[in-house]
Design a protein around this ligand. Structure first.
Ligand code: 3EB
Length: 317
């Protein structure tokens, strides 16, 4: 038989639904637990982010490295790493920090300082989980306060190098800002979406500090990690209160992002749906809009602008 050059293995994602018996493998960098998975006691890789699944069944999303990982704790940061990739997580108590904005500032400063010391020092993607994200009026809305602190914590980090991100709200009151992130030994290439303004350049009307994230990050392996993507064109929200139209606009944004970032097959998509917004036909609509999609997970979460009902994050391999 003719030997074929094997494609080098790289980062991959696996989904398991309805798991009660999930166990980490030697290559598990991190596993997000949704919908109340019975956790193997204090498993260092498993992270409960406090979100319910659309169908009420537990689910686990695992991020797997191309080889064995080791885990460690560094101050308040827990991390798992492989030569190429590092997955970190951190929770900051809001009250102890003096508020959400202060918690975000402290969290991001810690992440930056930690990352500067790691061999996998390049931030690729961050997930932010925020309690009651839409609470508060105007510039005091908690999402906007989070953005102010995040921006301060990022400090002089160049906007054009910002990582991809998701920021969603949960109903469960934890009192803690929770961050998870992926970093790499090699830098990724931030990707903009031609249908959308860079989030870090949003105008003042959306808050005192614009959101610090890139629309997507392209890895050297060719994989493309999309940020949470919503029904926003330019900087404006579209289709207030109309879920189907928001889904279609979001899908158009995702297709443009995939094109701009040279993304291949759509490996997985996580859909954040505002509570009560789903109507059962949404999964089919999303599958139809993302041909070839392998894994689809619906989650209940609040989106950072009140008029938005849905946000979708994709991973293209
Ligand atoms: C948007 O495009 C929608 O603040 O980190 C999506 C992904 C959104 C990440 C963030 C916000 C964030 O502005 C909201």
């Amino acid at each position: 038989m003719e030997a074929r050059a094997a494609r080098p293995r790289d980062l991959r994602i696996e989904f398991q639904a309805g798991e009660s018996d999930w166990m980490p493998g030697p290559e598990t960098l991190a596993a997000f637990a949704f919908g109340g998975v019975a956790l193997p006691a204090a498993d260092p890789q498993l992270v409960d982010v406090g979100l319910r699944t659309g169908d009420g069944r537990p689910a686990v999303e695992s991020w797997l490295a191309p080889g064995p990982v080791t885990t460690a704790i560094d101050g308040a940061i827990r991390h798992a790493s492989h030569e190429e990739y590092l997955f970190g997580r951190l929770e900051v108590d809001e009250r102890a920090a003096g508020g959400l904005s202060e918690a975000a500032e402290a969290a991001y400063r810690q992440v930056r300082q930690f990352q500067e010391r790691q061999p996998q020092r390049h931030l690729l993607r961050i997930w932010n989980y925020v309690d009651a994200i839409n609470e508060g009026e105007g510039d005091l809305e908690r999402y906007r306060q989070f953005c102010v602190g995040r921006s301060r914590g990022f400090g002089d980090f160049p906007a054009s190098r910002l990582p991809a991100a998701t920021a969603v709200g949960r109903h469960r009151a934890t009192g803690r800002l929770q961050l998870c992130w992926l970093a790499g030994k090699r830098p990724g290439e931030p990707v903009g979406n031609p249908r959308q303004q860079h989030a870090y350049a949003y105008p003042r009307q959306y808050g005192p500090s614009p959101p610090s994230f890139a629309r997507a990050m392209r890895l050297e392996s060719g994989a493309l990690m999309g940020s949470g993507t919503s029904s926003i064109v330019g900087h404006a929200s579209r289709h207030d209160g109309n879920l189907a139209a928001q889904v279609d606009e979001t899908l158009a944004n995702l297709r443009e992002l995939q094109r701009a970032g040279g993304g291949g097959r759509t490996t997985s998509a996580k859909v954040y749906l505002r509570q009560g917004a789903g109507d059962g036909s949404i999964a089919a609509r999303i599958r139809a809009g993302l041909p070839g999609l392998t894994n689809l997970l619906l989650l209940e979460a609040d989106i950072c602008r009140r008029e938005l009902l849905v946000e979708i994050e994709c991973f293209w391999s």
